[in-house]
Design a protein. Structure first.
Lengths: 735, 157
């Protein structure tokens, strides 16, 4: 809902908001320029002194104005000729033209009304309203995405456009809100919708009619500092009944030209003072530094608009068109989707297709449309739910939990919940868990255990799909192609082969980094920037489903490297391991923030086996700062599949690798990497208690073994792998 | 800009004339200089032979908050908007001409009444009495020079 409130005003009002922001930013320099160029006045100068000096040079003076910048302008008649000038207050003489700055006038009229009068003012006010709506909805979205207001400035993840969008907006939003609120106030004031009209100043009847005093001797003007002056109008030369009109920052009054007495004075009303403050805050007139800051923040708007449009374009169409979506009343299988960005819809569509292929009538709908009373015909309900922020409900699931909590009896059709999320967030699949818990509490029969999919992992999806297939007793062919970035052709530069003698044929493949056009760098697609541990999705020929390989290099290395073990009958690994330099493969980058080393000086324990060495080798290669890194590496036989064996000695000599402990599962003393950990238990526990991070990469069994070994070793210290995980000190990349 | 009104209400009520008066259409025409600023507010009003305010003929400009810059008119009326019901129009752009046709009483002419035009524009000077023109039948059609904003003014019957 909030997302919709952010997206549509953003797209519809982009043009007026851009015009407002750019013209506003340009206007913001004028108060500062005015302040710098205004001839300075002594702070002790009174209006009487100032007016006296000016009248001495220009006897026909009619009016003196002081701008908030301090610039003094006098208007007089020289005979019949109207003249005006900027005045040096220290002399009373003209020093510069009084002509209004035409660029400023043009920009002001453009900014306030597009030169279209009241209609234009309303358009621009609507633009300001849109800017305010965007700011407020954006605030809520950023807070929700970061997982709370206290995490407002938390580091950002995801594609560059999204990061830039939030990065700029979370700084600029303060200025944009101030500018838009004050703009709306000023529009309301201009249209007379506020009670801030100046109070009437009534000409007194008892004007002395005496001959005029010299302006420099008038008491009421001597008592008024020039710094507070707005304008002073002189009485008409030939009219003894006329008066001086004085306006200052605090009010306005009439002064008798014969006696110099203030005949009538009215102070500003509270509303007028509010309006003056609002005017100052909006224009920077009288507050030039604030004006410049607001102008700079307004300059963020074009970038926010451009990145916002890119985000919208990237997300558009991610909710697929579902062919043959059966009506709810006829469907035996109902798929409810709680999706935020649309990627969960992608899987829903694949599942929908597979279930239809198996001969079922399937209905898919947003989770928000759940109604227990309409599910009487269904045989099973599948809920696919993403999570937003800190376990919050995703957009298309709005209100579902409340509806479920309110039902008397759960639907008879059994339920399977599949959560989608990113395990790098603390509330991984938090919303799906809440759904599953509430369903269990309500006594809703389970079709399958709740399962979770980490970052659209095809493996996780495949496992859940086969579980569903078994449970239904139907062959399901879920060909899921996640919402994929555009693939790039990567050219193989070199290959090194290992493990052929020990039935573990593996290769280190090195590809050239392709050139990335600007839009790809902006949308975060392509290989413009990557780190070891990020994933390279490879789309093998003859398939649409990508396979993921952890990168063993970072963009700074100047090449893309992966480690591939040829799986018996494996389509993708088979194609990759027969590549020769010059051959190309279709691939894309998927960032993997969950498996990044991060900054810091704490020691790192790297645990990997077989081709899992890839990202770990990448970390070591990039360790130019000589952070302590301890590698536990499991292989079959040091003589055959010691991947990166040649570099290890070099890295150790360079101080990039602190220690290396290998475990070989074949040979004289077979053991595994978890055995090696156990053997070094004392040192490992010491490192972990000292704050070390653990990064594990390899097969699922190996990772489970490592976790178990660590649990055993850490128990006496009162620590568990789960605790380390919660602290972000234990990361796994498992396949 | 052509405005036609059957009666200048404010003026007829402000002026109490002893006899049932004849009225005739009078066109007031003020051409503005190219003063290079935003649209000008103009107040057209009449004073009697003792220089007392007699009534308003026309006020060009819609936002009452700026009326105080029409200093002569504002001082005379205290900015009283009931003086201008039905006789207001849009502000007038630099270099443009304001033309208003009103039914004015014959008794306004050759009786010592004077027409004043106050003018002001945003961020520029206030110009009370930009035009001062005695209302006489003989003066109809004779251009009067303005001081700051108005290049020339005439009325025709």
């Amino acid at each position: 809902m909030i997302r919709l409130l952010h997206r549509w005003p953003g797209l519809l009002a982009l043009l007026p908001v851009l015009m407002l922001a750019l013209s506003g930013a340009a206007l913001s320099v004028f108060p500062a320029a005015g302040r710098l160029t205004a001839p300075p006045a002594a702070s002790s100068l009174s209006v009487a002194d100032l007016a006296g000096r000016i009248a001495a040079h220009y006897p026909g003076v009619e009016q003196i104005k002081r701008a908030p910048s301090g610039r003094i302008t006098a208007y007089w008649f020289n005979g019949d000729v109207a003249e005006a000038a900027t005045i040096d207050p220290s002399t009373g003489e003209a020093v510069a033209s009084a002509d209004p700055n035409q660029a400023q006038r043009w920009l002001t009229n453009f900014h306030r009304s597009l030169f279209l009068g009241d209609g234009g003012r309303i358009v621009m006010a609507a633009g300001a309203l849109a800017m305010l709506a965007l700011s407020v909805s954006g605030l809520l979205l950023v807070a929700r995405r970061a997982g709370g207001w206290r995490r407002w400035f938390a580091p950002l993840k995801g594609p560059l456009a999204g990061r830039l969008h939030v990065e700029i907006a979370r700084i600029a939003v303060a200025g944009l809100m101030l500018s838009s609120v004050t703009a709306l106030y000023m529009t309301a004031s201009t249209f007379g919708l506020l009670p801030d009209q100046p109070a009437a100043l009534v000409m007194p009847a008892d004007v002395s009619g005496k001959p005029p005093m010299s302006v420099a001797t008038i008491g009421a003007l001597k008592a008024t500092p020039a710094a507070g002056l707005r304008e002073l109008s002189f009485p008409a030369a030939d009219d003894p009944a006329d008066v001086f009109t004085l306006r200052t920052g605090t009010g306005a009054g009439y002064i008798d030209q014969g006696t110099g007495a203030m005949l009538v004075w009215r102070g500003l009303t509270g509303w007028e003072r509010v309006s003056e403050t609002v005017y100052m805050l909006h224009t920077g007139q009288g507050a030039p530094v604030l004006g410049l800051i607001l102008g700079l923040m307004a300059l963020g708007v074009p970038l926010i608009g451009a990145t916002g449009t890119l985000i919208w374009l990237a997300g558009r169409g991610s909710r697929p068109h579902l062919e043959g979506n059966a009506p709810l009343a006829r469907a035996s299988t109902v798929i409810f989707v709680g999706s935020e960005g649309g990627s969960t819809w992608g899987f829903a569509a694949s599942l929908h297709k597979a279930l239809r292929g198996a001969g079922l009538e399937v209905h898919a709908a947003p989770l928000a449309s759940f109604d227990a009373g309409t599910l009487t015909h269904a045989h099973r309900v599948l809920i696919l739910a993403a999570t937003y922020g800190n376990g919050d409900e995703p957009a298309s699931a709005k209100g579902f939990l409340a509806k479920l909590a309110a039902v008397q009896a759960p639907p008879a059709a059994p339920l399977a919940v599949l959560g989608f999320g990113d395990s790098s967030f603390p509330a991984f699949c938090g919303y799906a868990r809440r759904v599953a818990e509430l369903a269990a509490a309500k006594g809703w029969t389970e079709l399958l255990d709740m399962a979770m999919v980490d970052r659209q992992s095809p493996q996780d999806l495949a496992r859940w799909g086969s579980g569903l297939s078994t449970r239904l007793g139907l062959p399901l062919n879920i060909e899921h192609q996640p919402v994929l970035p555009a693939a790039t052709a990567l050219t193989l530069v070199s290959r090194r082969d290992y493990g052929a003698d020990v039935q573990a044929p593996s290769a280190i493949l090195r590809f050239a980094v392709p050139k990335s056009p600007l839009w790809r760098r902006l949308t975060g697609k392509g290989f413009a920037r990557f780190e070891a541990g990020d994933l390279m999705g490879v789309i093998p020929r003859g398939s649409v489903v990508p396979r993921f390989y952890s990168l063993a290099s970072a963009s700074g290395d100047g090449f893309i490297e992966i480690v591939v073990r040829r799986q018996p009958g494996g389509l993708c690994s088979g194609q990759l391991t027969i590549m020769e330099p010059g051959d190309t493969v279709s691939a894309f980058l998927r960032p993997n923030p969950a498996f990044r080393l991060g900054g810091g000086k704490e020691p790192v324990i790297l645990v990997g086996a077989g081709s899992g060495i890839g990202p770990l080798a990448g970390f070591i290669r990039a360790n130019a700062r000589h952070r302590a890194m301890h590698l536990f590496f499991g292989m079959r036989h040091a003589a055959s599949d010691f991947l990166y064996g040649e570099e290890m000695a070099e890295w150790h000599a360079q101080g990039r690798l602190t220690s290396l402990i290998t475990a070989a599962s074949r040979g004289r003393r077979p053991h595994y990497v978890q055995d090696a950990l156990r053997a070094e238990a004392q040192e490992v526990v010491r490192l972990i208690r000292g704050g070390a991070r653990i990064m594990v990469c390899g097969g699922r069994e190996m990772a489970a073994g490592v976790s178990e070994a660590l649990a055993h070793m850490l128990a006496p210290a009162g620590l568990t792998p789960a605790m380390l995980r919660a602290e972000g000190r234990y990361a796994e990349d498992v396949y | 800009m052509m405005k036609s009104l059957l009666a200048a209400l404010a003026l007829t009520t402000a002026l109490s004339l002893p006899t049932a008066a004849m009225a005739r259409p009078v066109t007031l025409s003020a051409k503005l200089k190219d003063y290079g600023g935003n649209n000008a507010y103009l107040a057209l009003y009449v004073t009697d032979k003792n220089n007392n305010y007699a009534g308003t003929l026309w006020l060009a400009g819609s936002r009452t908050r700026y009326f105080e810059h029409l200093a002569g008119w504002y001082n005379a009326t205290g900015g009283d908007t009931s003086q201008i019901n039905g006789i207001t129009g849009a502000s007038v752009g630099s270099g443009r001409t304001l033309e208003v046709t009103l039914d004015l009483k014959d008794a306004l002419f050759d009786q010592g009444y004077t027409l004043h035009i106050d003018a002001a524009a945003e961020n520029m000077r206030d110009s009370p009495n930009d035009v001062v023109a005695p209302l006489t039948a003989a003066g109809a059609g004779t251009p009067v020079k303005g001081r700051r904003y108005i290049s020339s003014f005439h009325y025709s019957m």
